[in-house]
Design a protein around this ligand. Structure first.
Ligand SMILES: [Zn+2]
Length: 463
């Protein structure tokens, strides 16, 4: 008898093992290949909004991206009756990012229809989908708008004084109006308010007292990028503001200044008396002013028909104890250590005197605000705000509607004040202006009320 050798049995066993290993290797190989960039399944991303406004002047820029790389791009543009294929693109070896610069074809399409349909199909160079790649298709409606916004000034205050205000009324019309503002030479943009009838606007502008020059132009832009600019012309009146030097006494630094420095203990703990004064007078003042600027920069967008204000007269039988715009330098032991502009009018009468609102408005701030002490701010519309500082008591709260000549607070000496008085400011869209103009019935009649009445007559005449 021949003995069976065990060898063939072992051979079969090894062969089976090798086969399993081979199949397992093949499967994981295919799996990793399918998971590799060569077989990725993500279609390209086309950054195309559903609606586009186009002035046909600058090319439309449409970014497209794909992780594995773009292979081709098809672009179709239709005017409703005709469709054009715009030079198809093939990318070799393929790019991950591409920006299509679409210009309006010189021939073939009718732009007068005003509407176009844009279709984009992008395909990547992945081997997925039986080597055809992943495709993405996006469509957009294009509104053709080559018309600039219609813009012209109607009427305005005759002049503007340095540190003061002026009113302008103008027309701005566009089917696709996007942005409308007054650009100034000092960076500030004033927002206009809709006025009287559709397409008309009113705006109060201000010339900050710290700015040497004043220049303002209306800027209107539409969704298609068309822009119109029109200059607002005012007769410019210069005004000189006072400069004064104040001797800082130790009593003042150890008193009011130290009390206010206590509001910011970490920043003032190790300061010398002179540094402490400068911190309160400059740094802290800036912080308090920025609170005020932020609140008073807002403009409502309700339709404005009337803007009849009484001249402001916040404190009865008051004496002016400091005027608007004073440039104050503080001297300590013979050296100038700090400076600041006084951006309000100081009025004094008796202690804890009634402070009157003068006009109707909404209380937008009623709180403690550093050097302003107990501080009240009232909004009167058209971007105009009145501010009351150093109050002993506030009698209204944020959100309250105040009546004309309502008692809203009591005068005091809170904040950076020596003796009971009212610090009264007027602000236009975050800019402090001369309160004197808004306390002068003649100035208000000529520059505000008459301008509004005449503008309404002009608008009602044109149909
Ligand atoms: Zn003051």
């Amino acid at each position: 008898m021949t003995q069976r050798s065990p060898r063939p049995k072992r051979k079969g066993y090894i062969r089976a093992l090798l086969l399993i290993l081979f199949v397992w290797g093949l499967i994981s190989g295919i799996r990793s290949l399918l998971h590799s960039p060569y077989f990725e399944k993500k279609p390209p991303t086309i950054h195309l909004p559903q609606e586009i406004y186009w002035n046909l002047k600058s090319p439309l820029k449409i970014p497209i991206e794909d992780a594995s790389g773009l292979k081709s791009l098809e672009v179709h543009l239709s005017d409703g009756s005709k469709e054009l294929e715009i030079s198809p693109k093939h990318f070799h070896p393929g790019i991950k990012n591409y920006t299509l610069d679409l210009t309006f074809p010189k021939l073939g399409l009718n732009k007068e229809v005003g509407l176009l349909k844009l279709t984009l199909k992008a395909t990547d160079k992945s081997h997925w989908n039986f080597f055809t790649g992943n495709s993405a298709k996006r469509q957009a409606i294009i509104h053709i708008d080559e018309k600039k916004p219609e813009l012209f000034p109607l009427i305005s205050s005759y002049g503007i004084r340095k540190g003061g205000a002026a009113l302008a009324i103008f027309k701005a019309k566009d089917e696709n109006l996007k942005d409308l503002y007054i650009q100034t030479n000092f960076g500030k943009r004033f927002k206009p308010v809709p006025f009287h009838k559709k397409g008309y606007y009113a705006v109060l502008v201000a010339w900050p007292m710290t700015q040497k020059h004043f220049f303002a132009k209306i800027v209107a832009t539409d969704k298609a990028g068309n822009e119109s600019v029109s200059r607002l012309s005012f007769f410019l009146k210069n005004k000189k503001y006072r400069t004064s030097t104040i001797e800082a006494k130790d009593r003042f630094i150890n008193g009011k200044i130290s009390d206010l420095a206590e509001d910011r203990p970490k920043q003032t703990a190790n300061l010398t008396p002179a540094q402490k004064l400068d911190f309160v007078n400059a740094t802290y003042r800036k912080e308090n002013n920025s609170v005020i600027r932020k609140i008073t920069s807002k403009v409502d967008q309700n339709l404005l028909n009337d803007f009849k204000l009484d001249p402001f007269y916040p404190l009865k039988n008051a004496k002016v104890v400091a005027s608007f715009g004073d440039h104050r330098f503080y001297k300590y032991h013979g050296k100038i250590i700090s400076e600041a502009y006084h951006l309000g009018l100081d009025l004094a009468s008796t202690r804890q005197a009634d402070i009157l609102s003068s006009n109707k408005g909404v209380v937008v701030f009623a709180n403690y605000n550093g050097i302003y002490g107990n501080n009240l701010i009232i909004y009167h519309g058209l971007g105009l705000y009145s501010l009351y500082g150093h109050c002993s008591t506030l009698l209204v709260q944020e959100g309250d509607i105040v009546r004309p000549w309502q008692v809203v607070a009591k005068s005091g000496a809170t904040g950076l004040a020596l003796g009971d008085h009212l610090h009264f400011s007027i602000l236009i869209q975050g800019i402090f202006v001369r309160p004197a103009e808004w306390m002068d019935s003649k100035w208000m009649q000529t520059n505000i009320t008459d301008v509004i009445e005449n503008a309404k007559k002009m608008i009602d005449r044109t149909r």
